[in-house]
Write a protein that binds this ligand. Structure first.
Ligand SMILES: Cc1cc2nc3c(=O)[nH]c(=O)nc-3n(C[C@H](O)[C@H](O)[C@H](O)COP(=O)(O)OP(=O)(O)OC[C@H]3O[C@@H](n4cnc5c(N)ncnc54)[C@H](O)[C@@H]3O)c2cc1C
Length: 460
């Protein structure tokens, strides 16, 4: 730890040199600056640097190194474990760096490191272009992509990392490097799942795809019809084209216009069939689901970017999430999955989700550290609630879901869907051989583990 006089002088210099703002605990705005999506996280960094550009990031990393402080990187602040903030360290806050530049001819977008999904989707939409994004508009593109990235378009366009063309990075010694298939290819490989372990991504270049039309069927079923709805959805996906995606979501019926009174505040089984194409084709695929008795529906065309912000979770809630990736989802699994919905804490914001994979995810490049690629289904329970008195029952329910799913699990997991579940789960999220290779690269790029507020890879 640096002596106080040195820390004070360095902080004053940082305030002077940075184009963006700097917050220390005594500054007005500090509490707002340290708040993240998950209200269970309450950490007090020594310094939060709201960087305005890549030079600010370099200065902030060098400042942290000079004072021997650890660095947390904040993009959208959505990490459920609160990895965007630390206690007593430096936060490189990228939220001001959110520009997205679309090159329609090259079918590519350069996305600044602090942009959210909504910045990306709204920038590409006017060109009829899109790429795999997360399912909430406020998630940071940086954390999402570097961790793998799944969303409504992944069965069509692959994981987000499959669309990564280049990364502009500030490394632990404050250097700026570019990683792509041609430049620093080993580092580029590591950024396909290795998250924020290797530095601060000040910009990412992503491949875009044509998406002229998008449509969906969102259907709500009574819980007693859940098993039939889930089995039907499973068959629709198994027999349908890669354009079809979505998921099964048990949730508390929300007070929305399309939800009838008798479902509001009660457990409902929702099936969302998203379709990267027009309504007529979508209806043909969704027909078996539409034929089942359901209580509410939204069926028709919808701009993709609109769906992206339709189910945004509000900030300020308490969150605990986990996930298991399944080798298969046979009927006995479906029965267990649906039965567990019966003990879901209701009414809360908690959701019990089954996502399909397959399609372009399964057909994607084999070499990256994303070992969950081959699993056809993912169970993703997320506990979302308001009252701290519910902490224990909500966390327990999420753990119960995981325990239920384990007999069908491949053992691999997508790290962006889980909190801090220990080193073995990090290895499960990267693959054993990949973890070794990543640890060697971590030693090369961050031997002191300055970037440790992530699903951490210990330097070899
Ligand atoms: C409401 C909600 C919905 C979600 N939906 C999806 C979904 O549909 N699909 C999906 O795949 N995931 C989803 N996620 C998970 C999400 O992808 C991860 O939480 C992801 O890490 C969030 O990135 P962030 O930048 O918002 O978070 P942060 O908390 O800011 O960062 C998360 C991690 O990434 C690192 N990081 C962030 N930006 C950078 C950067 N520019 N350079 C280097 N490191 C960086 C941070 O240091 C931290 O370790 C969702 C999360 C939430 C809260």
């Amino acid at each position: 730890m640096a002596p106080l006089w040195k820390a004070g002088a360095a902080l004053a210099a940082l305030r002077e040199e940075l184009s963006g703002d700097v917050f220390a605990p005594q500054d007005p705005g500090y509490d707002e600056a340290r708040a993240v999506f998950n209200a269970m996280i309450d950490r007090r960094p020594a310094v939060i640097a709201q960087c305005a550009d890549a030079d600010d990031v370099v200065r902030t990393v060098r400042f942290a190194r000079e004072l021997d402080l650890n660095v947390a990187v904040r993009g959208g602040g959505h990490s459920v474990a609160g990895m965007a903030v630390n206690d007593g360290g430096v936060v490189v806050d990228l939220r001001r760096m959110h520009a997205v530049t679309v090159d329609p001819a090259a079918r590519a977008a350069r996305v600044a490191g602090g942009a959210t999904m909504s910045h990306l989707d709204r920038a590409t939409e006017p060109y009829g272009l899109a790429t795999t994004g997360g399912r909430a508009s406020t998630t940071g593109v940086g954390g999402f992509v570097l961790g793998g990235g799944t969303g409504w378009l992944d069965r069509c366009f692959g994981l987000a990392v499959d669309n990564l063309l280049g990364v502009e990075l500030v490394t632990a010694d404050g250097s700026r490097v570019h990683a792509s298939a041609d430049e620093n290819p080993e580092l580029f490989w590591a950024l396909h799942g290795g998250g924020g372990n290797f530095g601060v991504a000040t910009a990412l270049t992503l491949r875009l795809h044509e998406l002229p039309e998008f449509s969906l069927a969102l259907l709500l079923y009574l819980p007693e019809h859940g098993p039939e709805a889930v089995r039907t959805y499973r068959e629709v996906i198994a027999n349908g084209p890669d354009e079809a995606a979505g998921g099964v979501i048990y949730l508390t019926g929300p007070p929305e216009e399309f939800v009838p009174e008798h479902l509001v505040g009660r457990l409902v089984c929702g099936v969302l069939l998203t379709y990267a194409g027009g309504e007529d084709d979508m209806r043909k695929v969704a027909q078996p689901l539409l034929a089942l008795p359901h209580e509410a529906e939204i069926v028709g065309p919808m701009p993709y970017a609109d769906l992206q912000c339709m189910i945004d979770d509000p900030p300020g809630m308490r969150n605990y999430w986990s996930a298991e990736y399944l080798a298969q989802a046979p009927d006995d699994f479906v029965d267990v999955f649906c039965a567990r919905a019966g003990s879901m804490p209701v009414p809360t914001g908690t959701q019990h989700v089954l996502f399909p994979q397959g399609g372009a995810i399964a057909a994607g490049p084999r070499e990256y550290p994303v070992p969950y690629r081959d699993a056809p289904w993912a169970v993703h329970p997320f506990g979302v609630w308001e009252d701290p008195a519910d902490d224990e029952r909500c966390v327990r329910w999420v753990r119960d879901v995981r325990a239920d799913a384990r007999p069908w699990s491949t053992g691999a997991v997508y790290l962006n869907f889980i909190g801090d579940e220990g080193d073995d789960r990090v290895t499960a999220g990267l693959g054993t051989d990949n973890t070794r290779r990543l640890a060697e690269l971590k030693r090369r790029y961050d031997p002191d583990n300055v970037f440790r507020f992530n699903h951490n890879i210990t330097p070899a």
